[in-house]
Ligand binder design. Structure first.
Ligand SMILES: Cc1cc2nc3c(=O)[nH]c(=O)nc-3n(C[C@H](O)[C@H](O)[C@H](O)COP(=O)(O)OP(=O)(O)OC[C@H]3O[C@@H](n4cnc5c(N)ncnc54)[C@H](O)[C@@H]3O)c2cc1C
Length: 371
């Protein structure tokens, strides 16, 4: 019987595992891919996470991530406005960051099963049984579900959010382009928005959230980009003049922001598997890392204090998670409604230009504080 099994080795899974193993617990991470691998993500990480990652010895300084302190917003027609970011962040590819955290976790003593998918989770007699894609089964006392936005395992757990089809798609490129190192820009287009920021080396991340129905309407990504994204002159310039480093676009479908259950059949959900924040708020990674901190701290308490049983663990996780993240997850979709349409993006740019304190306040509602 394992102490803890973590399903999924992304940001939430890797950080939880490192914190738990650093405190002497036995942790196994089951990840369906093998590192390093690319993920569709804007790859901008809010500085909220810096103190905690540094305390774990897991801040990726050696890769020289970009330091981002300025934000530029453009409307669908290309009007633009910029402002300083109060907290700022850093840019690093998930290819590098996840591999770095995997190496940290391995050297700290976390065990991994790679190229293995968790196919089913059941709970009976105060323990879990996990069925794996290689046909084997494993038992554990605790399960932390860090399987991301949408996974096969969610279907098998019959999670309610799957009743809503995710109506968004995410597309990512790595490019070389003449753009300031310290800036993240968010360029709107009809139906979505596209971010650009520097990551490690001389590369930039170009990543957008669009609508599934537009992809269907235009038949393929290239045509959708030409018909919708190119109408914003900033995006047209990027697509026409950047050096694209992948052979083709990386895409994920089925992205949605429907609330999710935090605890499913006693498994503690963490990161995107507990709730997805709109990428507009550029903060899913910080949320995943913060939730990983909480879930691992409470798990330690469960193992160290006899009176802190499973029901107390679940109740406290629920209360802390809700207090920290519920508002931010609700604010995201509201802010998202300001984006992706001609008129509202003109207004958003105007607010940023002429009402800086309002823009600052709105920004702060979707971001947390350093932890
Ligand atoms: C278009 C887009 C842009 C974004 N841009 C940003 C950004 O710029 N900044 C930011 O902070 N956030 C951004 N996000 C959000 C961010 O990517 C996520 O919030 C973050 O990756 C969540 O981490 P996680 O660990 O919960 O999930 P993930 O990082 O997705 O990790 C989940 C892991 O679980 C594995 N897995 C899934 N199912 C199973 C299974 N059954 N068995 C075993 N393994 C499994 C997967 O392979 C994966 O490695 C963006 C999201 C999108 C869609």
């Amino acid at each position: 019987m394992k102490d803890i099994i973590v399903i999924g080795g992304g940001m939430a899974g890797l950080v939880s595992a490192i914190n738990l193993v650093n405190h002497g617990l036995d942790v196994l991470v089951i990840e369906k891919n093998s590192y390093p691998f690319h993920k569709v993500c804007g790859e901008y990480v809010s500085n909220e996470v810096k103190p905690f990652l540094e305390s774990l010895g897991a801040f990726p300084d050696k890769y020289n991530p970009s330091r981002i302190s300025r934000f530029v917003l453009t409307s669908c027609r290309g009007k633009s406005c910029g402002m300083q970011l109060d907290l700022g962040g850093f840019g690093i590819s998930r290819y590098t960051l996840d591999q770095f955290l995997f190496e940290k976790a391995t050297s700290a003593g976390v065990k991994f099963l790679l190229n293995t998918q968790v196919d089913q989770v059941s709970f009976a007699d105060d323990s879990f049984c996990l069925q794996l894609s290689d046909g084997s089964r494993l038992a554990s006392r605790l399960v932390i579900g860090c399987q991301g936005k949408r996974s096969k395992i969610d279907k098998l757990l019959e999670r309610d959010f799957l009743n809503h089809k995710g109506e968004y798609i995410g597309v990512k490129y790595h490019i070389r382009y003449d753009f300031p190192d310290d800036t993240i820009a968010l360029h709107n287009f009809k139906g979505g928005y596209c971010g650009i920021c520097k990551i490690e080396g001389d590369k930039y991340n170009l990543c957008y959230l669009g609508q599934r129905k537009d992809l269907k309407r235009f038949g393929n990504i290239k045509r959708m980009e030409e018909e919708l994204l190119y109408r914003n002159p900033h995006l047209k310039d990027i697509f026409n003049n950047a050096d694209f480093l992948f052979g083709k676009a990386m895409m994920v479908t089925g992205i949605g922001f429907t609330p999710k259950g935090l605890i499913e059949r006693h498994a503690l959900m963490c990161g995107d598997s507990a709730g997805v924040i709109t990428p507009l708020c550029g903060n899913g990674i910080a949320l995943a890392v913060h939730a990983a901190k909480i879930v691992s701290e409470l798990t330690l308490k469960y193992y160290k204090e006899g009176s802190f049983d499973r029901s107390k663990l679940e109740a406290e996780y629920y209360a802390r998670w809700k207090k920290l993240f519920a508002f931010r997850l609700k604010a995201g979709p509201i802010m998202q409604n300001l984006f992706g349409s001609g008129f509202s993006t003109e207004i958003a740019v105007m607010i940023m230009k002429y009402f800086k304190p309002v823009a600052r306040y709105m920004m702060s509602q979707t971001h947390g504080k350093p932890f």
